[in-house]
Design a protein around this ligand. Structure first.
Ligand code: THU
Length: 145
């Protein structure tokens, strides 16, 4: 899958964003290791905290359809659905990525257009992170005397 195709898929999903409160529309296109693409948009709610980000929508769609390994995610968004700047993922979405992705390998692509984008690894966006392996350790090391 070409990056510009993944960006196109995210851009096409943007009108589906439901953001009547913030008017900040976000879309994501998540590429699974199986080659499938899972889109997501932010879905707001009159009870504000009940809303959901585009990235987590995409991840939860994918996981609930059986995909748990991922290569990359494209994120785009902006006020009133106009993509004029890069839209970085929030901290909670970064943590959700961390659950399923290898930090050094997973690519987070922030797109303004099919030709203007920045690529980060998850490690760059969420260094020194807490992940599933931490919970497997019998002995947490320096914190255990
Ligand atoms: N939003 C996302 O969808 N993804 C992010 O990573 C940042 C924020 C949404 C949540 C809310 O609907 C709107 O953008 C304004 O915060």
């Amino acid at each position: 899958m070409e990056i510009n195709q993944l960006i196109k898929t995210a851009m096409e999903a943007l009108p589906l964003s439901y953001a009547p409160y913030s008017k900040f529309h976000v879309a994501a296109a998540l590429l699974g290791r199986d080659g499938k693409v899972y889109t997501g948009v932010n879905v707001e709610n009159a009870s504000y905290p009940a809303g959901m980000c585009a990235e987590r929508t995409a991840f939860f769609k994918a996981v609930s359809e059986g995909c748990r390994e991922f290569q990359a995610i494209v994120i785009c968004g902006g006020k009133n659905g106009k993509v004029e700047d890069f839209c970085p993922p929030c901290g909670i979405c970064r943590q959700v990525m961390r659950e399923f992705c290898k930090p050094e390998e997973f690519q987070v692509i922030l797109a303004v257009s099919q030709t203007e984008y920045k690529i980060y690894t998850l490690e760059e966006l969420l260094p020194v992170s807490f992940g599933p392996d931490q919970l497997k350790k019998e002995n947490p090391g320096i914190f255990c005397t």
